[in-house]
Design a protein. Structure first.
Lengths: 230, 138
């Protein structure tokens, strides 16, 4: 199994605030799903931003067998916690098609692929509407559809089920379970990790508290309690 | 009619403050205030009434027009972010200090304005990050 993501000894600190992340190391293989679990403020989102190169960190990040470069990001799909911050076109179908057009895909093909992605996400009915008119659950699914339309080899999701109601959360969980692409999911939703992730990494105050198979980690209630997850 | 003119309130306030500061500083009050209003009005018309989103999908990728269309769409999105955050900050301020001009009203308004800038900055940062991560602009 080839590796899609290797993080080695990653550390990061905001100016004048000390270290936020310390010595983070892990690997993610093709088709694998890794859950980054942690309480609020444990450094999950910061870790994702560092991996994407949006924050300048120390340590090594390799994507697809080579040091992360800007072009590596073309093979990565990202869904941020607030979908309204990444959907800005007047019509949803254009939001999904834009990254494809930007990568040189013809407009007709981009539109067709965008429509297909929206159909798969159950959002074909909303294709001609702006994202602002959708519910939060629909916007999250739209953001995932936009990420998947580019056929990424790695999907990075930040708190995908945050603020979703039970039904939307369940639907999203099912969609994420069906995917075969490598997934890195930062969340504190234990049921999502249980359903989707084969491996788990627990962050606590910017350090790795534990990592290993999901069953093993999620079965350790003392560990979860210590990390502020239960 | 009054509702249609509401979007111009911030820029008129900005221009008035600009002119006031020039006057207080003993400088000649130039036409900078007028230019600010005219430029803002022109940009508003360009952003609101022209179909930039359609054009974006018709022009050559990477061309000046493509970049301009993207830029205008970003400006429009930023304007939306500012409007939403301003509304939230004002609602929070009203809840914190229900009696207008009463005790704590000015203090809470100052905090609301500060919070507005903080939150708007955070959201624009997130927006920028999402664009970079999606390979658009950056």
């Amino acid at each position: 199994m080839s590796l899609v993501l290797e993080v080695e000894d990653l550390a990061f600190g905001f100016t004048g605030q000390g270290e936020v992340l310390h010595g983070i190391s892990f690997r993610l293989g093709e088709g694998e799903s890794l859950g980054v679990l942690g309480a609020n403020g444990s450094g999950k989102s910061t870790l994702l931003w560092c991996i994407l190169g949006l924050l300048k960190s120390r340590g090594r990040v390799r994507m697809f067998g080579e040091p992360r470069r800007r072009r590596s990001l073309a093979r990565v799909g990202v869904v941020f916690q607030n979908p309204e911050d990444q959907l800005f076109m007047p019509r949803l179908v254009e939001d999904v098609a834009l990254p494809l057009v930007n990568r040189g895909v013809s407009r007709n093909e981009a539109s067709a692929r965008a429509m297909r992605a929206l159909e798969e996400a159950g959002l074909a009915h909303a294709a001609q509407r702006p994202a602002s008119q959708l519910s939060l659950g629909e916007r999250k699914r739209a953001a995932i559809a936009a990420a998947l339309a580019t056929s990424p080899e790695l999907l990075i999701l930040d708190e995908p089920t945050a603020e979703l109601d039970g039904r939307s959360s369940r639907r999203l969980r099912e969609e994420l379970t069906r995917l075969r692409v490598a997934r890195l999911i930062a969340t504190h939703d234990l049921s999502l990790v249980r359903a989707v992730c084969g491996r788990v990494l627990i962050l606590n105050n910017g350090r790795i508290l534990a990592q290993g198979p999901a069953e093993e980690i999620l079965g350790d209630s003392a560990l979860l309690e210590g990390a502020g997850l239960t | 009619m009054i509702r249609k003119l509401l979007p111009f309130v911030p820029i008129v306030a900005f221009a008035a403050t600009l002119a006031l500061m020039q006057w207080i500083a003993g400088m000649p009050v130039t036409r900078l205030w007028l230019h600010s209003i005219l430029v803002a009005a022109a940009v508003m018309v360009l952003v609101r009434f022209l179909p930039w989103d359609r054009w974006l999908f018709r022009v050559r990728i990477g061309s000046v027009f493509y970049q301009a269309s993207l830029f205008v769409l970003f400006v429009r999105h930023f304007a939306l972010i500012f409007a939403v955050e301003a509304r939230r900050a004002l609602i929070a301020q009203r809840m914190a200090s229900p009696s207008r001009y009463g005790a704590g009203w000015y203090g809470s308004l100052t905090h609301a304005v500060a919070a507005f800038f903080g939150r708007a900055l955070l959201r624009t940062e997130r927006f920028y990050a999402s664009l970079v991560a999606r390979g658009i602009g950056g």
